[in-house]
Design a protein around this ligand. Structure first.
Ligand SMILES: Nc1ncnc2c1ncn2[C@@H]1O[C@H](COP(=O)(O)OP(=O)(O)OP(=O)(O)O)[C@@H](O)[C@H]1O
Ligand SMILES: [Mg+2]
Length: 501
């Protein structure tokens, strides 16, 4: 047995080559192999057996070997069981504590079973090799050991990358969820008119409950926005908000969309399908255009509202579901009930709380704020920097009767921004004709004051407002009333303004 030497021969590198000559290679980088035996002849012969493909280090004692191990990147250790000083089994246990990934092989000169068992258990040795060894089988053992080391490293790297990607995804998810919640919270609903204040008041109260909500109002008033705010301001917000337009599908398909179906329950039902009520579990189902539903659908909806149960098409069993229902309509549902087109019981179940969103013409105070909001959004979307509106343009926007309500205003602003060129502010002549009240070819001077003449500008504004009022009301008496003037004055004014009868 040789004496243990010091300092450790950390530079005892004897063989380096590009790659291990094996068929199952995972990586071509040379891996560190540490050979430990007190007989130099054994070390030499091991080195020769291992040939190329790894970076070989040698040591003659366990202590010396540990110093090499600490200083180098070692993938595999082959150690004799019998060493001077620290035993081979203790050395391997020590290696295991320092790096459990390093593969450990033990050389044994005789059948010292108990030492082998201890090394297997405590040092977690990969395999043991008895002396004298068969060079080919040693080579194969080492090759497999190194392949397994490489796979393990690769695996770890991928697991780490995966967990990093997951963390990133989770963060992105959280960010997106906040975005969505922000976009659909109360704050994203513009309006400070008394009419909208009333809407917010109900909205805030009802969002904290599970009550069924019916949102009513003309087309484009923001019913869906309100429905989303009900969901995203309440406790169900981490769960799905699922919207279904009830007017968009034939009845059977709509029923299957909402309640699911069993395979074969109707032509085209090729497999079982879960309905939105199940998918939205613990969330909110938004039934848009509820007034468009037929009798069979109405019965099914009543069952959900009354019993909290659904029955997929083509099955006899019912499931209970936990969903909040928010419905919307631009029809007069009360009238639909009176005329026998809508079930009265369903109507009352839906209208536990009603939120009526007023038409934009009933809250003109909100128009400037909405117009600026949509201008900012369109600027951002189209990369423009339009600063605002001229007074004239804003007056027209406020005076116009928006039959398509907020959506029409939104579209108008988007159109203007798209066609604005390099204008700094939105001027009257940039608005659509029916909004500006200008005839084609009629030109507004800078600042929207035709010819710089104040009374001409006022006349133009009057013409626009009268035209709107007539359009809105259909006759002169009511137009005069809505403009706050006697009918005769209106008539006179129209004559003076040379407005066609
Ligand atoms: N108060 C508001 N603040 C900001 N944006 C609004 C407001 N009201 C409506 N909008 C916007 O106007 C458009 C129309 O709104 P929404 O789709 O909610 O209307 P709706 O009442 O459901 O219309 P429809 O009856 O045609 O289905 C949407 O782009 C919405 O974001
Ligand atoms: Mg809608």
């Amino acid at each position: 047995m040789a004496e243990s030497s010091s300092p450790p021969p950390v530079d005892a590198e004897v063989a380096v080559s590009e790659s291990w000559p094996g068929e199952n290679q995972v990586s071509s980088a040379a891996l560190g192999v540490l050979l430990v035996d007190d007989e130099p002849a054994v070390l030499e012969s091991l080195e020769m057996t291992l040939e190329e493909g790894c970076q070989v280090f040698t040591a003659t004692t366990g202590e010396e070997a540990l110093a090499v191990f600490d200083a180098q990147d070692i993938a595999l250790v082959i150690s004799d069981q019998r060493l001077p000083g620290m035993s081979g089994a203790d050395f391997l246990t020590e290696v295991y504590t320092r790096n459990p990934d390093c593969i450990r092989l033990m050389l044994t000169g005789y059948a010292d079973l108990s030492a082998i068992m201890r090394a297997v258990n405590e040092g977690h040795v990969y395999s043991y090799i008895s002396k004298p060894w068969d060079p080919d089988s040693l080579r194969i053992t080492v090759r497999h050991a190194l392949d397994s080391y490489r796979l393990n490293q690769e695996n770890k790297r991928l697991t780490h990358a995966l967990s990093e990607a997951n963390t990133k995804l989770e963060q992105e998810n959280l960010y997106l969820r906040r975005e969505v919640e922000g976009r659909y919270s109360f704050d994203a609903i513009i309006g400070s008119s008394p009419a909208m204040e009333r809407v917010f008041e109900i909205l805030e109260k009802v969002a904290q409950t599970d009550a069924t909500v019916l949102v009513t109002g003309d087309t484009g008033t923001g019913k869906e926005l309100i429905a989303r705010a009900v969901h995203y301001s309440g406790s169900r917000k981490p769960r799905p908000f699922v919207a279904q337009n009830c007017g968009a599908l034939p009845e059977t398909l709509l029923e299957s969309e909402l309640f699911g179906h069993k395979r074969g329950s109707f032509t085209g039902a090729h497999s079982d399908k879960k309905g939105l009520f199940e998918l939205a579990n613990q969330g909110t189902v938004f039934l848009d255009e509820i007034g468009e539903t037929g009798p069979s659908m109405q019965v099914r909806l009543l069952r959900v509202l009354q019993e909290g149960e659904i029955r997929p098409l083509g099955t006899a069993e019912t499931h209970s579901v936990d969903v909040r229902i928010v419905a919307a309509t631009n029809r007069d549902l009360q009238k639909e009930v009176e005329e026998g087109r809508f079930r009265e019981d369903l109507f009352y179940r839906l209208r536990v709380v009603e939120i009526h969103v007023p038409a934009l013409s009933e809250r003109r105070d909100d128009i400037p704020e909405l117009a600026h909001f949509f201008l900012d959004r369109a600027n951002e979307k189209m990369g423009r920097t339009i600063q605002g509106f001229t007074n004239g343009a804003m007056d027209r926007l406020v005076a116009h009767t928006w039959k398509g309500n907020v959506r029409e205003l939104e579209n108008e602003i988007e159109r203007v921004v798209a066609l604005a060129g390099d204008a700094e502010r939105v001027a009257v002549d940039m608005l659509s004709e029916h909004v500006s009240g200008m005839q084609p070819g009629e030109n507004a001077a800078p600042g929207d004051v035709p010819g710089g003449n104040l009374s001409a500008a006022v006349d133009q504004l009057k013409r626009g407002m009268i035209r709107n009022a007539l359009e809105e009301t259909g006759n002169k008496s009511r137009a005069a009333e809505s403009l706050g003037m006697p009918r005769q004055s209106l008539q006179k004014m129209m004559k003076r303004l040379k407005m066609e009868e």
